[in-house]
Structure formats: C-alpha cells, structure tokens
Write a protein that binds this ligand. Structure first.
Ligand SMILES: [Zn+2]
Length: 86
C-alpha cells in the first residue's frame, strides 16, 4: 500500500500514479512504476495532485523545488494519464 501525497489515503501501488524525480532532476510520471528515482504516489485524481501542489507536498516528497513550468507540464501529463484530456 502507498499513501497519496494529496488526500493521504492508502491504496495498492498499482492503483496509483507514481511521480518521480529522475536522476537528472526532471519531474515525470512513471507509468511503468519501475523507473529509478525518488518517487511520490497520487490517486488518479487531479484534485489530489492540486492538493499536493498547494501544500508543497510534492516538493517535499521529491526533495526538490519544482519550477512552475515543470508543474504545468506535470499537470498536463497527469490529466492525459488519467484520461481527462487526449
Ligand atoms: Zn489521493
């Protein structure tokens, strides 16, 4: 079980979206769940992403300040991932 950094609920790993900081410092969604890097988990729910961003939980979990542009791209990728936009 993993804890969502937005709503703090616990769910099986495979039901969650993993966000990682790659070794070269990029923030991306890890669809395979197998990439190396520091990771954080979120429900497949954009509200959870927004809570995590608002409370700086993502920065804290990934131990990195995330630039606004990266947040923007991450949010788009997240929406794509959960099927909100194509
Ligand atoms: Zn959540």
């Amino acid at each position: 079980m993993r804890t969502c950094i937005g709503c703090q609920c616990k769910k099986p790993k495979k039901e969650m979206i993993r966000i990682i900081r790659t070794p070269d410092g990029k923030i991306e969604i890890d669809k395979t769940g197998k990439k190396s890097g520091r990771g954080a988990y979120l429900c497949g729910n954009v509200e959870c992403l927004d809570i995590a961003l608002r409370k700086n939980n993502l920065n804290r979990s990934l131990k990195q300040d995330i630039p606004l542009q990266a947040i923007d791209e991450l949010r788009k990728a997240f929406l794509k991932n959960i099927g909100v936009i194509g």
